[in-house]
Design a protein around this ligand. Structure first.
Ligand code: NAP
Length: 287
């Protein structure tokens, strides 16, 4: 059984991205710029945003950190996004979700210019991905495809089961796996699926993005399957300095006994999500 080392793959790709950033600066005098907006101080969001800003700077990019109070209005946030849309120093705009309840996600995402939508969340980019046009691919799903390839699995002709149908992970990863260049046969499971194990037991690839620990256990897998665990769940744990530990949506110990390869949590999908964000920002700056 192989552990799919997301940190290693991310490091490989980040070195390529850093080289691309350097070349762009030298050849065209352009420094890729990413604006990261955080509204409020949700602890998980603060740590995601800090990691994104650090990765951006390490790749040689310009990172503009914009931290706004919880009381920011939808109008103020939309105005800020629109200003960034026309700011030549900024090639990518990221609004960390979730935003406070009084702000509609949709209003904010719709305000982002598709050509700076490095998260790949705007309807224009989602639609282009669906019909196979050039676009910014959403970061987590794109990173998942890279991880499956990195595991050594040839995706073509394989049966992939995706558990979860969110707009940011499950649905787009199902679309990417089914594209002609990837060519998997895809089954998409969700809470309306009566018996998920019936499908996962036949899968060569299982992607779990349910937001619930132990959604997939070893007895639900076909021997040798590649398991990509997207979940990030905080479990209270007094033995840890922060008072919690992170677990995925798959039960790692039982899955590792049956799977051919599996991503750990942390250290699997997470580092790849940030890496694909840098990838998109460089792509945007390259024009
Ligand atoms: P989400 O919006 O809560 O969606 C979860 C999906 O899983 C829903 O479609 C839900 O079905 C389905 N589901 C929930 N319980 C299920 C069960 N028991 N059986 C089958 N389907 C089930 O979550 P998300 O945004 O996709 O995120 C999923 C997980 O990935 C979370 O833990 C999140 O923190 C993590 N995540 C990690 C990264 C990363 O970079 N590492 C990025 C994004 C998300 P219904 O549609 O029927 O409700």
């Amino acid at each position: 059984m192989n552990i799919i080392d997301g940190k290693q793959l991310a490091a490989n790709l980040r070195a390529e991205i850093a080289a691309g950033v350097k070349a762009l600066k030298e050849e065209k005098g352009i420094t890729p710029g990413l604006a990261v907006i955080l509204v409020g101080n949700n602890p998980a969001s603060v740590s995601y945003v800090t990691a994104k800003e650090k990765a951006c700077t390490e790749a040689g990019m310009y990172s503009r950190e914009i931290r706004l109070p919880e009381t920011t209005t939808e109008e103020e946030l939309v105005k800020l996004v629109k200003d960034l849309n026309v700011d030549p120093a900024i090639h990518g705009i990221l609004v960390q979700l979730p935003v406070p309840k009084h702000i509609r996600d949709k209003a904010v995402i719709d305000a982002i210019a598709p050509e700076k939508d490095v998260d790949g969340f705007t309807p224009i980019n989602v639609g282009k991905m669906l019909i196979g046009e050039k676009c910014f691919l959403p970061c987590t799903p794109h990173g998942i495809i890279k991880l499956i390839e990195f595991s050594g699995m040839d995706i073509k002709g394989k049966h992939a089961v995706v558990v979860g149908r969110s707009n940011i992970v499950g649905k787009p990863v199902a679309v990417l796996l089914a594209r002609k260049e990837t060519n998997a046969t895809v089954t998409l499971c969700h809470t309306g699926t009566p018996d998920i194990a019936r499908f996962t037991k036949e899968a060569d690839i299982v992607v779990v993005a349910a937001g619930r620990p132990n959604t997939v256990t070893g007895d639900m897998l076909k021997p040798g399957a590649v398991v990509i665990d997207v979940g990030v769940n905080r479990i209270p744990d007094d033995t840890k300095p922060k008072g919690f530990r992170l677990v995925g949506d798959a039960d790692f110990d039982s899955c590792a006994k049956v799977a051919g390869a599996i991503t750990p949590v942390p250290g699997g999908v997470g580092p790849m999500t940030i890496t694909m964000l840098l990838w998109n920002t460089l792509k945007s700056a390259n024009g």
